[in-house]
Design a protein around this ligand. Structure first.
Ligand SMILES: [Cu+2]
Length: 134
């Protein structure tokens, strides 16, 4: 009888420490990305068509609106967008990159994977209407 009580007590202590450990892990993932996590970010680049600084803002904003994307940088000269996203959140690279590309096309910019619709493209400010490939 005494042995059983002891066992229950041990299990309770184990459960307790497990719960504590879990809540600590939960807290860590809720905080901003640490240096270690930053190193686990995956970098991907692809071409996005645009003209100017306004395009840059629009493209980067669209990229950053996708969950898991931590950094986005579009180069006006080379037309190359560089995105860093969390590999923990998105195991499949293609899924994440396709989503980013689709969001950018929806904002009016053709990418090497997706085309923006005529309507969205025509709604861009004149200076942002880049030359489209036929
Ligand atoms: Cu522009």
């Amino acid at each position: 009888m005494k042995k059983q009580i002891l066992k229950v007590g041990t299990v309770a202590v184990m459960l307790c420490s497990m719960l504590t450990a879990q809540s600590v892990i939960g807290q860590e993932t809720n905080t901003k990305i640490t240096q270690e996590e930053k190193e686990e970010l995956v970098n991907a680049t692809f071409t996005v068509y645009g003209n100017c600084g306004m395009c840059k803002k629009r493209i980067e904003k669209a990229a950053l609106s996708v969950d898991g994307v931590k950094e986005a940088n579009w180069d006006v000269e080379t037309k190359v967008l560089s995105v860093k996203f969390s590999d923990i959140t998105f195991g499949e690279h293609n899924y994440s990159i396709n989503t980013v590309s689709e969001k950018i096309a929806a904002a009016g910019h053709d990418t090497q994977f997706n085309k923006a619709s005529e309507d969205v493209y025509n709604a861009l400010p004149g200076c942002c209407q880049y030359d489209r490939k036929e």
